[in-house]
Ligand binder design. Structure first.
Ligand SMILES: *[C@@H]1O[C@H](CO)[C@@H](O)[C@H](O)[C@H]1NC(C)=O
Length: 259
Protein backbone atom coordinates (compact mmCIF):
# COMPACT_ATOMS: atom_id res chain seq x y z
CA UNK A 1 0.00 0.00 0.00
CA UNK A 2 2.80 2.37 0.94
CA UNK A 3 4.77 1.50 -2.19
CA UNK A 4 1.75 2.08 -4.38
CA UNK A 5 1.21 5.54 -2.84
CA UNK A 6 4.86 6.44 -3.40
CA UNK A 7 4.62 5.44 -7.03
CA UNK A 8 1.40 7.41 -7.42
CA UNK A 9 3.08 10.47 -5.83
CA UNK A 10 6.00 10.22 -8.23
CA UNK A 11 3.63 10.10 -11.21
CA UNK A 12 1.67 13.05 -9.85
CA UNK A 13 4.87 15.03 -9.35
CA UNK A 14 5.98 14.28 -12.91
CA UNK A 15 2.58 15.39 -14.22
CA UNK A 16 2.90 18.65 -12.31
CA UNK A 17 6.37 19.27 -13.75
CA UNK A 18 5.10 18.61 -17.28
CA UNK A 19 2.10 20.86 -16.61
CA UNK A 20 4.36 23.59 -15.22
CA UNK A 21 6.64 23.32 -18.25
CA UNK A 22 3.72 23.60 -20.63
CA UNK A 23 2.58 26.71 -18.75
CA UNK A 24 6.06 28.20 -18.98
CA UNK A 25 6.16 27.46 -22.70
CA UNK A 26 2.78 29.11 -23.08
CA UNK A 27 4.01 32.23 -21.23
CA UNK A 28 7.05 32.42 -23.50
CA UNK A 29 4.75 32.10 -26.47
CA UNK A 30 2.61 34.99 -25.22
CA UNK A 31 5.75 37.10 -24.74
CA UNK A 32 6.91 36.32 -28.27
CA UNK A 33 3.51 37.25 -29.65
CA UNK A 34 3.92 40.85 -28.51
CA UNK A 35 5.53 43.57 -30.65
CA UNK A 36 9.25 42.89 -31.12
CA UNK A 37 11.71 45.36 -29.65
CA UNK A 38 12.82 47.93 -32.24
CA UNK A 39 16.20 47.16 -33.80
CA UNK A 40 16.61 50.67 -35.22
CA UNK A 41 15.14 54.14 -34.64
CA UNK A 42 11.99 53.45 -36.66
CA UNK A 43 10.51 51.22 -39.31
CA UNK A 44 7.63 52.97 -41.10
CA UNK A 45 5.39 50.41 -42.78
CA UNK A 46 4.80 50.21 -46.54
CA UNK A 47 2.16 48.06 -48.25
CA UNK A 48 4.52 46.72 -50.89
CA UNK A 49 8.25 46.87 -51.50
CA UNK A 50 8.68 49.14 -54.50
CA UNK A 51 10.28 47.29 -57.43
CA UNK A 52 10.28 50.49 -59.51
CA UNK A 53 12.31 53.00 -57.50
CA UNK A 54 15.34 50.77 -57.05
CA UNK A 55 15.41 51.89 -53.42
CA UNK A 56 15.47 48.82 -51.19
CA UNK A 57 12.88 48.45 -48.47
CA UNK A 58 14.11 47.70 -44.97
CA UNK A 59 12.81 45.44 -42.25
CA UNK A 60 13.11 45.82 -38.46
CA UNK A 61 16.76 44.83 -38.58
CA UNK A 62 18.48 43.64 -41.74
CA UNK A 63 17.78 41.02 -44.39
CA UNK A 64 19.34 37.61 -43.77
CA UNK A 65 21.94 36.07 -46.06
CA UNK A 66 20.96 32.68 -47.43
CA UNK A 67 22.19 30.26 -44.71
CA UNK A 68 23.58 27.95 -47.42
CA UNK A 69 25.91 30.73 -48.52
CA UNK A 70 27.08 31.64 -45.02
CA UNK A 71 30.75 30.89 -44.31
CA UNK A 72 32.92 31.12 -41.21
CA UNK A 73 34.21 34.56 -42.18
CA UNK A 74 30.67 35.90 -41.86
CA UNK A 75 30.98 35.30 -38.11
CA UNK A 76 34.36 36.97 -37.73
CA UNK A 77 35.45 40.54 -37.26
CA UNK A 78 39.13 41.41 -37.40
CA UNK A 79 40.85 44.54 -36.19
CA UNK A 80 39.14 45.14 -32.85
CA UNK A 81 42.64 45.61 -31.43
CA UNK A 82 43.20 48.74 -33.55
CA UNK A 83 42.88 51.89 -31.42
CA UNK A 84 40.44 54.56 -32.55
CA UNK A 85 41.76 57.98 -33.58
CA UNK A 86 41.46 60.23 -30.53
CA UNK A 87 42.75 63.34 -32.29
CA UNK A 88 39.49 65.28 -31.82
CA UNK A 89 38.12 67.86 -29.42
CA UNK A 90 36.86 65.29 -26.92
CA UNK A 91 40.16 63.35 -27.09
CA UNK A 92 38.23 60.08 -27.14
CA UNK A 93 36.95 57.74 -29.84
CA UNK A 94 34.21 55.11 -29.71
CA UNK A 95 34.58 52.30 -32.22
CA UNK A 96 31.19 50.60 -32.26
CA UNK A 97 31.19 46.96 -33.30
CA UNK A 98 27.45 46.90 -33.95
CA UNK A 99 25.22 45.58 -36.75
CA UNK A 100 26.41 48.33 -39.09
CA UNK A 101 30.00 47.11 -38.90
CA UNK A 102 29.45 43.43 -38.11
CA UNK A 103 26.53 41.86 -40.07
CA UNK A 104 26.78 38.55 -38.15
CA UNK A 105 25.10 40.29 -35.19
CA UNK A 106 21.77 40.57 -37.01
CA UNK A 107 18.85 39.44 -34.76
CA UNK A 108 21.24 38.17 -32.05
CA UNK A 109 20.78 41.06 -29.59
CA UNK A 110 24.42 41.72 -28.74
CA UNK A 111 27.21 44.09 -29.79
CA UNK A 112 30.45 45.61 -28.52
CA UNK A 113 32.50 48.76 -28.64
CA UNK A 114 35.98 49.86 -27.76
CA UNK A 115 36.50 53.33 -26.36
CA UNK A 116 39.97 54.82 -26.69
CA UNK A 117 40.86 57.78 -24.52
CA UNK A 118 43.78 60.14 -25.02
CA UNK A 119 45.00 61.74 -21.77
CA UNK A 120 42.02 63.48 -20.12
CA UNK A 121 39.78 62.42 -23.00
CA UNK A 122 36.02 62.42 -22.50
CA UNK A 123 33.31 60.09 -23.76
CA UNK A 124 30.63 62.80 -23.70
CA UNK A 125 27.30 62.36 -21.83
CA UNK A 126 25.10 60.13 -23.97
CA UNK A 127 22.57 57.33 -23.78
CA UNK A 128 21.79 54.13 -25.66
CA UNK A 129 18.05 53.95 -26.33
CA UNK A 130 18.02 50.23 -27.11
CA UNK A 131 20.51 48.60 -24.75
CA UNK A 132 22.06 48.34 -21.33
CA UNK A 133 25.85 48.46 -21.34
CA UNK A 134 28.55 46.64 -19.39
CA UNK A 135 31.95 48.34 -19.59
CA UNK A 136 35.31 46.97 -18.50
CA UNK A 137 38.35 49.19 -18.02
CA UNK A 138 41.30 47.49 -19.72
CA UNK A 139 43.86 50.27 -19.30
CA UNK A 140 43.89 53.45 -17.25
CA UNK A 141 41.49 55.07 -14.81
CA UNK A 142 38.14 56.60 -15.72
CA UNK A 143 35.70 58.79 -13.85
CA UNK A 144 32.35 57.31 -14.90
CA UNK A 145 28.74 57.85 -13.99
CA UNK A 146 25.12 57.65 -15.03
CA UNK A 147 22.01 59.65 -14.11
CA UNK A 148 18.69 58.03 -13.24
CA UNK A 149 15.28 59.19 -14.46
CA UNK A 150 14.86 61.07 -11.17
CA UNK A 151 18.21 62.85 -11.69
CA UNK A 152 20.23 60.84 -9.23
CA UNK A 153 23.92 60.63 -10.18
CA UNK A 154 25.76 57.35 -9.62
CA UNK A 155 29.45 58.08 -10.21
CA UNK A 156 32.79 56.55 -9.33
CA UNK A 157 36.38 56.15 -10.37
CA UNK A 158 37.03 52.97 -12.34
CA UNK A 159 40.51 51.52 -12.34
CA UNK A 160 41.96 48.84 -14.59
CA UNK A 161 39.93 45.65 -14.24
CA UNK A 162 36.82 47.38 -12.92
CA UNK A 163 33.51 46.71 -14.66
CA UNK A 164 30.46 48.99 -14.49
CA UNK A 165 26.88 48.64 -15.71
CA UNK A 166 25.07 51.51 -17.44
CA UNK A 167 21.32 50.76 -17.48
CA UNK A 168 19.40 51.03 -20.74
CA UNK A 169 18.51 54.53 -21.84
CA UNK A 170 20.19 56.39 -18.96
CA UNK A 171 22.64 59.22 -19.67
CA UNK A 172 26.24 58.31 -18.83
CA UNK A 173 29.84 59.39 -19.44
CA UNK A 174 33.46 58.39 -18.90
CA UNK A 175 36.44 60.72 -18.43
CA UNK A 176 40.06 59.63 -18.56
CA UNK A 177 41.70 60.79 -15.34
CA UNK A 178 45.19 59.94 -16.46
CA UNK A 179 48.01 61.49 -18.42
CA UNK A 180 48.30 58.17 -20.25
CA UNK A 181 45.85 56.68 -22.73
CA UNK A 182 42.96 54.58 -21.42
CA UNK A 183 40.93 51.80 -23.00
CA UNK A 184 37.46 50.50 -22.18
CA UNK A 185 35.61 47.61 -23.80
CA UNK A 186 31.82 47.79 -23.74
CA UNK A 187 29.20 45.10 -24.34
CA UNK A 188 25.56 45.88 -25.25
CA UNK A 189 22.29 43.93 -25.19
CA UNK A 190 21.30 45.02 -28.68
CA UNK A 191 22.70 44.58 -32.16
CA UNK A 192 22.18 48.34 -32.58
CA UNK A 193 22.14 50.11 -29.18
CA UNK A 194 22.08 53.54 -30.81
CA UNK A 195 23.73 56.59 -29.29
CA UNK A 196 22.12 59.89 -28.31
CA UNK A 197 24.69 62.52 -27.40
CA UNK A 198 22.87 64.86 -25.05
CA UNK A 199 24.43 68.17 -26.05
CA UNK A 200 24.82 67.31 -29.72
CA UNK A 201 21.20 66.19 -30.02
CA UNK A 202 19.89 69.38 -28.50
CA UNK A 203 22.31 71.92 -29.99
CA UNK A 204 23.53 70.12 -33.10
CA UNK A 205 20.31 68.81 -34.66
CA UNK A 206 19.69 69.36 -38.36
CA UNK A 207 17.70 71.53 -38.75
CA UNK A 208 18.11 73.48 -35.51
CA UNK A 209 15.60 73.26 -32.71
CA UNK A 210 13.87 76.65 -32.63
CA UNK A 211 15.39 79.32 -30.36
CA UNK A 212 12.10 79.69 -28.51
CA UNK A 213 12.29 76.08 -27.40
CA UNK A 214 15.87 76.19 -26.21
CA UNK A 215 15.82 79.62 -24.56
CA UNK A 216 12.78 78.59 -22.58
CA UNK A 217 14.04 75.10 -21.82
CA UNK A 218 17.39 76.31 -20.53
CA UNK A 219 16.29 79.75 -19.27
CA UNK A 220 19.03 81.57 -21.23
CA UNK A 221 18.92 84.17 -24.01
CA UNK A 222 19.32 83.35 -27.68
CA UNK A 223 22.93 84.55 -27.80
CA UNK A 224 23.88 81.75 -25.44
CA UNK A 225 21.89 79.26 -27.50
CA UNK A 226 23.75 80.45 -30.61
CA UNK A 227 27.06 80.07 -28.83
CA UNK A 228 26.21 76.54 -27.80
CA UNK A 229 25.06 75.65 -31.31
CA UNK A 230 28.35 76.91 -32.71
CA UNK A 231 30.12 74.27 -30.63
CA UNK A 232 28.27 71.48 -32.38
CA UNK A 233 27.71 72.62 -35.93
CA UNK A 234 31.37 71.83 -36.58
CA UNK A 235 31.10 68.80 -34.27
CA UNK A 236 33.38 70.40 -31.74
CA UNK A 237 32.66 69.40 -28.18
CA UNK A 238 34.25 71.47 -25.47
CA UNK A 239 35.50 69.62 -22.45
CA UNK A 240 35.05 71.40 -19.15
CA UNK A 241 36.44 69.14 -16.48
CA UNK A 242 35.97 71.70 -13.70
CA UNK A 243 37.76 72.35 -10.44
CA UNK A 244 36.62 69.16 -8.74
CA UNK A 245 38.81 67.12 -11.04
CA UNK A 246 41.69 67.48 -8.59
CA UNK A 247 39.77 65.56 -5.95
CA UNK A 248 39.26 62.68 -8.37
CA UNK A 249 42.95 62.22 -9.07
CA UNK A 250 43.34 60.94 -5.52
CA UNK A 251 41.07 58.01 -6.38
CA UNK A 252 42.84 57.08 -9.60
CA UNK A 253 45.63 54.50 -9.70
CA UNK A 254 48.76 56.46 -8.84
CA UNK A 255 50.63 55.44 -12.01
CA UNK A 256 47.74 56.70 -14.16
CA UNK A 257 47.30 59.91 -12.22
CA UNK A 258 47.60 63.22 -14.01
CA UNK A 259 49.27 65.41 -11.42
C1 LIG B 1 45.29 66.24 -35.20
O1 LIG B 1 44.31 66.96 -35.91
C2 LIG B 1 44.73 68.26 -36.27
C3 LIG B 1 43.53 68.99 -36.86
O2 LIG B 1 42.80 68.16 -37.71
C4 LIG B 1 45.90 68.16 -37.24
O3 LIG B 1 46.33 69.45 -37.62
C5 LIG B 1 47.01 67.41 -36.55
O4 LIG B 1 48.08 67.21 -37.47
C6 LIG B 1 46.54 66.07 -36.02
N1 LIG B 1 47.58 65.45 -35.23
C7 LIG B 1 47.95 64.20 -35.39
C8 LIG B 1 49.03 63.71 -34.46
O5 LIG B 1 47.44 63.46 -36.20
Amino acid sequence: MHKKTASYDATAALCMVVFAMSCTTRYFYVANASDPAPLQDFCVAVDHPSPHTGIPTFINGKFCKNPKEVVINDFLYKGFNIPGDTNNTQRAKVTALDINRFPALNTLGVSMARVDFAPFGLNTPHSHPRASEVTAVIEGSLYAGFITTDNRLFDTVLNKGDVMVFPQGLIHFQLNLGKKTALAIAAFGSQDPGRVDVAESVFGSRPNILDEVLTKAYQVDDKIVEKLRAQFSSHNVSVDTGRSILKLFAQASSDDCGY
